[in-house]
Ligand binder design. Structure first.
Ligand SMILES: Cc1ncc(COP(=O)(O)O)c(C=O)c1O
Length: 371
C-alpha cells in the first residue's frame, strides 16, 4: 500500500495492518468548556452535567476507598446494591464505566457487521458511534415535528436485519419523553428478534406522572427483550468518575459480561455509587430543585417569545443559526451546545445549572435568544 492509502490514519507507518474502517469512524465531540473572553464570568451549560458534585456520603466513600487502591475492584457489592435498590436479582444488573459503555457492550454483544440499529434522530449520538464500530448500520428515524419519538416510524424501520432499537427517554438532545402507555404499545408491537433498549440516563430529573419506569414495568416484570440504561453521571454528580448500569433479563446481562473488560468499573466508582444509592433524599431534592430552575427558565424564555422543550436537566430551543447563537452566548460567558453535530443546525441545548449559574445565565439567554 502506498502512503496515499485513504484508509490509513495520518502518521500510521506503511505496512501496518490497521483495520481500514477505523479511519472512517467519527470521534465523539464533547460539549465545549471554553471560548469565553477573558474577564467574563463563565457559566458552562453545555454537557448536561448535574450542577452539584457527589453526595456527602459518596465523597466520604471515595476518601475511604483511596488507601485500598492497590487492590483490583470487585463490583459484586455494587451489583447487589443496585439489585436491592430496584427489587431485581443480582444477575439482572451490570455496572459499567458510564451508560455509554453499556451501549458499547450492547453493540459488541448484538451487532454483526451489516446489522441494523434503529433509533430516533436526533438522539444520543453513542447509538450511532457504537454501531459504526461494529460496522453495523445506524438507522436514524427523524423525530416528529414536535421533537418527540415517532414510534410508528421506528416500528416501520425495523427489518429482519434489526438487532437493537433504542428509545432515549427522555430524549437527549430534545428533552421530550415517551409516555408509559406509548412505550407499552411500542414494545408490544416489536417483532421477536429485536431487543429494545430504553435509555433512562436522565430519569431522576423527570417528575411527569405518565413518565414510565421501564425497570419496574419491563425488566422487573420479566419482559425477555427489554434492557434499561441508567447513569450516575447526571443527578448523582459522578460524571467524572464514570459509572452507569444496565437492568435487563439475565441472558442480556450474561451477554454483556462476556464482552466487557474484567475490571471496567473502578473501586472509587463502586464505593461512591453504593454510598449514593443510600442517599435517596439528596437525589429527590436535586430533582425538585432542577425542576424549579428549569421551569423558571422556560417561563422567562416563553415570556420573551422563545418556546422550549424538555423535562430533564436541559431545555432545547430553536434558533435561526445554532452556531451563531452559541458564539453570541459564549461571548457573554454562557456556554451552550449547538446541535449541528446531531443534524439539527437550528437548535441549541441549554443545561440547567445551579441557582448561581441560572441567575447569571437567564438574563443573557433571554436577551440573546429573543433577538
Ligand atoms: C441519553 C444518554 N445516555 C447515556 C449517556 C451516557 O452517560 P454516562 O456518562 O453514564 O456514560 C448520556 C450522556 O450524556 C446521555 O445523554
Amino acid at each position: 500500500m502506498g502512503t496515499t492509502d485513504p484508509n490509513r490514519l495520518p502518521g500510521a507507518p506503511a505496512g501496518v495492518r490497521l483495520r481500514p474502517f477505523v479511519s472512517e469512524l467519527a470521534v465523539y465531540a464533547p460539549g465545549a468548556s471554553s471560548g469565553v473572553p477573558a474577564g467574563v464570568p463563565v457559566v458552562k451549560l453545555s454537557s448536561n452535567e448535574g450542577p452539584e458534585g457527589p453526595t456527602p456520603a459518596a465523597l466520604a466513600a471515595i476518601a475511604a476507598e483511596a488507601p485500598e487502591l492497590n487492590r483490583y475492584p470487585d463490583s459484586g457489592a455494587l451489583h447487589t446494591a443496585l439489585a436491592d435498590a430496584h427489587g431485581l436479582a443480582p444477575n439482572m444488573v451490570a455496572a459499567s464505566p458510564g451508560a455509554d459503555m453499556s451501549i458499547a457492550y450492547l453493540a459488541a454483544a448484538f451487532l454483526e457487521p451489516g446489522d441494523d440499529v434503529v433509533f430516533a434522530w436526533p438522539a444520543f449520538v453513542s447509538y450511532a458511534l457504537t454501531a459504526q464500530k461494529q460496522q453495523a448500520n445506524a438507522i436514524k428515524v427523524p423525530l416528529t415535528a414536535d421533537d418527540t419519538h415517532d414510534l410508528d416510524a421506528l416500528l416501520a424501520a425495523i427489518t429482519p436485519k434489526t438487532s437493537l432499537v433504542y428509545v432515549c427517554n427522555p430524549n437527549n438532545p430534545t428533552g421530550t419523553y415517551v409516555s408509559s402507555a406509548a412505550l407499552r404499545a411500542f414494545v408490544d408491537a416489536l417483532p421477536e428478534h429485536v431487543v429494545c433498549v430504553v435509555d433512562e440516563a436522565y430519569s431522576g430529573y423527570v417528575l411527569e406522572d405518565d413518565y414510565p419506569n421501564a425497570i419496574e414495568e419491563y425488566v422487573k416484570a420479566g419482559h425477555p427483550r427489554v434492557a434499561v440504561l441508567r447513569s450516575f453521571s447526571k443527578i448523582y454528580g459522578l460524571a467524572g468518575l464514570r459509572v452507569g448500569w444496565m437492568a435487563a433479563p439475565a441472558w442480556i446481562i450474561d451477554a454483556s459480561i462476556r464482552v466487557r473488560g474484567p475490571f471496567d468499573v473502578n473501586a472509587m466508582a463502586i464505593a461512591a455509587t453504593i454510598a449514593s444509592l443510600g442517599d435517596t433524599a439528596t437525589i429527590e431534592r436535586r430533582g425538585q430543585e432542577n425542576a424549579v430552575r428549569r421551569e423558571s427558565l422556560r417561563a422567562k424564555l416563553a415570556a420573551a417569545g422563545v418556546a422550549s422543550t424538555g423535562v430533564a436537566n436541559f431545555l432545547t430551543v430553536t434558533v435561526e443559526d445554532a452556531q451563531a447563537t452559541t458564539a453570541a452566548l459564549t461571548q457573554r460567558g454562557v456556554i451552550v451546545r449547538p446541535l449541528n453535530g446531531f443534524g439539527a443546525p437550528t437548535k441549541i441545548r441549554i443545561t440547567i445549572g445551579s441557582d448561581e449559574d441560572m441567575a447569571l445565565a437567564e438574563p443573557i439567554l433571554v436577551d440573546v435568544l429573543s433577538n
